[in-house]
Design a protein around this ligand. Structure first.
Ligand code: DC
Length: 334
């Protein structure tokens, strides 16, 4: 007996969507495995608990699976799980090597069956890193924080007493920079040589300096090469300023997150205060505006929305709402 597995998602819960998705999934399983519906012994469906409108098993019966046994089960709710998802296990006695099929939003469940990248760009405090981390956790893929790399270069410059406005001096410094990112239990650690600088790069003076060094070709080319290399090897969510426009113009999913400067400054302020830093709100807001200007107006790969990126204004949204909106768009696109 051979078991073929598969899954798909529906954009919203109604009978027509369930019927369409089930037909599509079953047809794809047959095509990929070169088999006919009459060769199927039984099919077990399970759908997430947010699907009430129709049983996938009924849809399969209507789609021509008339002689096999069919079951539909409802899965218990899993926090952070893929919503509106229909999974299937199909049993056959045909002699074949099963090809499992994951369609639409369910592609994210099996990164081994199809690599994909998500690009999230936007200004500081727009919620990029929180959303990127959540997506990476939920889809079990890597999160690459590209800003951390620019921050590490800035930290090295500050500690070496190099003026971040001196392009030639920064180019010199780049020749010796030993920047690396590693993952510990799925969490990115940023290293300068053997030193873990993940905490130090978050200190307030580093932000503006990171924006300054990111203007230079000598810095960008080296870091972008590293980012592309990581993204070419595995599915990942990358956040930054130029991911959708420059680093990965062919990314499968692109989002541009934004929010008013007031809201973004408030988020950063709360974050820094929670970490024990003393911060002046007005000064922080001014710095954010200045950093936006610098990031948006530099010559190489400036911060801007890619033409094919989905714009999400997060000013009035909770993080849960942003994550849900982003996931919904991903499912609709597949
Ligand atoms: O996202 P962040 O605040 O950690 O980024 C710090 C700076 O690094 C940002 O002001 C501009 C630069 N940066 C960039 O130029 N390109 C990226 N992909 C990411 C960050």
């Amino acid at each position: 007996m051979v078991v073929i597995r598969g899954a798909t998602t529906i954009p919203c819960d109604n009978k027509e969507e369930v019927q369409k998705a089930v037909s599509e999934l079953m047809e794809a399983i047959e095509n990929h495995n070169n088999m006919k519906s009459s060769e199927v012994l039984s099919i077990v469906f399970s759908s997430t608990s947010d699907i009430h409108s129709y049983y996938p098993a009924k849809a399969a019966r209507e789609a021509g699976y008339v002689s096999c046994s069919l079951f539909s089960a409802v899965e218990p709710e899993i926090v952070g799980g893929l919503p509106l998802c229909i999974r299937v296990m199909l049993f056959t006695e045909k002699d074949l090597v099963p090809k499992h099929v994951y369609l639409r939003g369910a592609r994210v469940l099996r990164r081994d069956l199809g690599k994909f990248n998500v690009a999230i760009d936007g200004p500081a405090g727009s919620g990029k890193s929180t959303v990127a981390r959540r997506l990476a956790d939920d889809y079990h893929i890597l999160y690459l924080d590209t800003g951390a790399m620019y921050r590490a270069v800035a930290l090295q410059a500050i500690e070496a007493g190099v003026n971040v406005e001196d392009e030639a001096a920064i180019a010199d410094l780049m020749r010796d920079v030993k920047l690396d990112v590693r993952y510990e239990n799925g969490v990115q650690r940023t290293l300068l040589g053997e030193r873990d600088v993940s905490e130090d790069i978050r200190k307030p003076p580093v932000s503006m300096a990171a924006s300054s060094v990111s203007k230079y070709a000598s810095v960008r080319m080296k870091l972008v090469e590293k980012q592309r290399e990581i993204a070419s090897r595995m599915s990942c969510v990358l956040d930054g300023r130029d991911i959708g426009t420059f680093v990965l113009p062919e990314a499968d999913f692109k989002f541009y997150l934004t929010a008013s400067p007031e809201v973004r400054a408030r988020r950063r302020y709360d974050e820094l205060v929670a970490k024990g830093h003393t911060v002046d709100f007005e000064a922080l807001r001014d710095e954010i505006v200045k950093r936006d200007e610098q990031d948006m107006n530099r010559k190489i790969a400036p911060l801007k929305q890619a033409e094919d990126a989905v714009l999400v204004d997060t000013s009035e949204m909770t993080i849960e709402e942003v994550v849900a909106a982003v996931k919904k768009r991903m499912q609709e696109k597949i």
